[in-house]
Design a protein around this ligand. Structure first.
Ligand SMILES: C[S@@+](CC[C@H](N)C(=O)[O-])C[C@H]1O[C@@H](n2cnc3c(N)ncnc32)[C@H](O)[C@@H]1O
Length: 262
């Protein structure tokens, strides 16, 4: 019961945040900037026979790239404003059928084995129970099909990662938790999937822009700035912040993993 209440609470925060910021988020082109679209496409190498589901599809950046290459592309997301953008962005990209459904990642409204590729990008850190979501993704993936996850990752050091998560949650209360790379891998293996591809990288971010995407109130931005800068010396959150005049730059690490359902 407590888990249900917590999940609903986390989902409500995500719906509120992304309802208010869908357009800014889409305009920021984040998924593409993390290299997630090109790198996931290369790792997945989708073909014309594939049926793809993108979980928490947001404004449809990955679907726009996938839809023209596959037999069927579907997206599910909690936030109606995001689905509206996905409809506009991803539909003209492909003449193939595109199914966009409002729903929860934790209870995907599809039958077992309905898809040959199931993805989720930049969303694991918004799930109350990412293990339950990856298990759902594995359920709707057919045997021999693939699950692709792409997300921010935090340092392997738990104290550093906890501090990163504190800073991330202050900037965006719908943030739940970035995992370490090993933590992301464990989600896949615990769902019975076999990892067969990976890509990783880092992206330089600017604090002002990062907070503007989430509409962080100005007084909170000041606290985020102070907290981030206070992690130096010693880089205690693994975000490597540096002040350059008014700007503060820092570094986000990301990982993409592709795993097969045996
Ligand atoms: C940071 S955006 C990522 C969107 C897209 N995947 C991308 O890479 O651009 C996170 C998305 O996750 C959705 N979301 C968060 N929690 C969800 C859940 N439990 N079920 C379905 N969608 C969820 C939000 O509505 C939002 O669209």
């Amino acid at each position: 019961v407590r888990e249900d209440a917590e999940r609903r609470d986390v989902q409500r925060r995500s719906r509120e945040r992304f309802g208010l910021t869908a357009e800014r988020y889409a305009a920021s082109g984040m998924t593409a900037r993390f290299g997630q679209v090109t790198s996931l496409l290369a790792l997945l190498a989708p073909s014309a026979g594939d049926a793809v589901l993108d979980v928490a599809c947001g404004p449809g950046s990955l679907l726009a790239a996938l839809a023209p290459r596959v037999r069927l592309a579907a997206g599910v997301d909690l936030t109606p404003e995001m689905l509206r953008l996905a409809r506009a962005q991803a539909l003209p990209a492909g003449s193939r059928p595109l199914r966009l459904v409002r729903g929860e990642a934790e209870a995907l409204p599809f039958r077992d084995g309905a898809f040959s590729i199931v993805t989720t990008t930049s969303a694991i850190h918004h799930y109350a129970n990412p293990g339950a979501v990856v298990a759902e993704m594995a359920r709707v993936c057919r045997r021999g099909g693939r699950v692709g996850i792409a997300d921010l990752v935090g340092p392997a050091d738990e104290e550093k990662r906890a501090l990163q998560n504190e800073i991330e949650r202050l900037r965006d209360p719908s943030h739940v938790e970035v995992l370490s790379e090993a933590g992301l891998e464990a989600l896949l293996s615990q769902a019975g999937l076999e990892i067969e591809g990976r890509a990783a990288g880092a992206l330089s971010r600017e604090l002002g822009e990062w907070c503007a995407i989430a509409r962080t109130p100005p007084e909170v931005v000041r606290r985020v700035r102070a907290m981030l800068l206070a992690t130096q010396p010693g880089d205690r959150a693994g975000l490597a912040p540096e002040a350059a005049g008014e700007e503060v730059r820092f570094r986000h690490q990301w990982v993409n993993l592709v795993a097969r359902k045996p």
